[in-house]
Design a protein around this ligand. Structure first.
Ligand code: ACO
Length: 381
């Protein structure tokens, strides 16, 4: 029997399980998402990002003492070597923001000496989560031509990040919007970026390399780039009165993808998308309000049009409006996704290496020509 007769290729690795996990549960039919058993809606309402960090890395929500240990470690990890920020500063100002983030992380990796899996790797993950806040804040600062800034230790990771990025204070409501964003994007099982991190971890490479792999996979418009792409649609439409005409021309007749819609796993509303929609309703003023109205109309048209295919808004559809309402330019949306998802990437690689490690090495089914005789250059046609 030939090899091709025995093999079934799963395009896009659909329905292929590459690991067991106690981290995140998704029911794509019912629209349920849970981190270690806790419903995402409950966590978004009640838990701070630092509590979710402890939950994901150590298995349980922290008590007060554990929480303050997490906060202390984060606060003591914001500092990065000066050359890391200098590397980011000397790169072209028009670099893609995610490429700047990659460069910052790769520069941090040059300071990494003697990393060993299973020896304090959860603490290493915490340290990286701290440093990613510094890198992300400085993506914005470098792009805007501002002097680098290190987040200041505080009671809140979200607050330290916002204040370092914009060099101003934020209200409690704004800080909790940022905190909610971080909680909602923290993990989502094994999408392309987490899978890329796992492939790298499976070779027993170091954690920063896992981060770089993940972030490069995140960048594309079919994954982490979708928040920016969805927002670009709202900008292009420009006014709620133009939504119907735009939809007809671009989606119905043009056959283009509606960005911020559809998901490999969900066949209903993404539960995170619903939370972001209600957050957008509270944060949106001025331009953001207009984009919200555009998005709401687009949602109605999209849900009706795609009903048979079960394509619904995903988390990226409304999240950009929330971040825009907080003052972030569109180009920061993917770096913000990466900031939050660092937790999921690292929690998954630690879980994989510590508990179920094996080199990830799939196969490709050869479908090219059979054996051929080599033809010297001057005899080829
Ligand atoms: N707009 C229009 N059609 C769509 C969309 C969409 N957003 N999503 C899926 N479809 C259609 C496809 O055209 C295809 O139709 P066909 O069977 O008639 O050819 C069918 O649905 C299946 O599409 P696939 O791309 O095979 O489905 P997949 O499971 O790979 O889709 C994906 C997942 C890539 C996310 C897709 O829904 C998409 O491109 N969405 C837009 C980009 C986006 O919002 N990405 C963010 C995902 S969430 C995240 O990463 C945080």
């Amino acid at each position: 029997m030939s090899e091709s007769a025995k093999v079934e290729i799963s395009r896009g690795l659909e329905n292929v399980y590459i690991k067991a996990t106690s981290l995140t549960f998704i029911d794509g039919e019912k629209g349920i998402l849970r981190y270690r058993g806790y419903d995402i809606n409950e966590l978004a309402k009640n838990a701070h990002y630092e509590e979710v960090i402890h939950l994901m890395l150590y298995g349980e929500l922290p008590n007060r003492e554990q929480l303050s240990r997490v906060k202390d470690t984060l606060n003591s990890s914001y500092e990065v070597p000066e050359d890391v920020l200098r590397v980011m500063e000397v790169l072209p100002k028009d670099s893609e923001p995610v490429a700047l983030m990659e460069a910052g992380l790769a520069a941090l990796a040059t300071h990494e000496k003697g990393f060993k899996w299973k020896e304090g790797d959860r603490e290493k993950a915490l340290e990286i989560i701290g440093k990613v806040s510094t890198i992300t804040a400085n993506v914005y600062r470098v792009k805007e031509g501002l002097a680098p800034k290190i987040p200041k230790p505080s009671d809140s990771y979200a607050k330290s990040f916002l204040e370092a990025t914009f060099n101003k204070s934020f209200s409690g409501t704004e800080t909790s919007m940022m905190d909610n964003f971080l909680v909602l994007y923290a993990d989502h099982e094994v999408p392309a970026s987490t899978t890329a991190a796992l492939v790298t971890a499976s070779t027993l490479s170091d954690m920063y390399s896992c981060m770089v792999s993940a972030i490069t996979a995140l960048k594309g418009p079919l994954h982490g780039g979708a928040m920016e792409a969805a927002f670009a649609q709202f900008r292009e439409i420009g006014d709620p009165s133009r939504v119907d005409e735009w939809f007809e021309r671009n989606i119905v007749k043009g056959g283009n993808r509606l960005m911020g819609f559809g998901h490999r796993v969900y066949r209903t509303y993404d539960p995170r998308g619903k939370v972001f929609k209600s957050m957008a309703e509270t944060v949106s003023k001025g331009e953001a309000r207009k984009y919200l109205e555009i998005a709401e109309r687009l949602e109605k048209l999209g849900v009706r049009y795609f009903e048979a295919k079960k394509i619904y808004p995903n988390t990226d559809f409304y999240a950009g409006i929330v971040m825009y309402g907080l003052g972030f330019p569109d180009y920061m949306f993917t770096p913000l996704f990466a900031l939050s998802r660092t937790l999921g990437w690292l929690a998954h690689v630690v879980e994989y290496v510590d508990e179920q490690h094996r080199l990830i090495r799939p196969r490709a089914l050869y479908v090219g020509p059979g054996e051929r005789k080599f033809v010297p250059l001057d005899q080829r046609k």
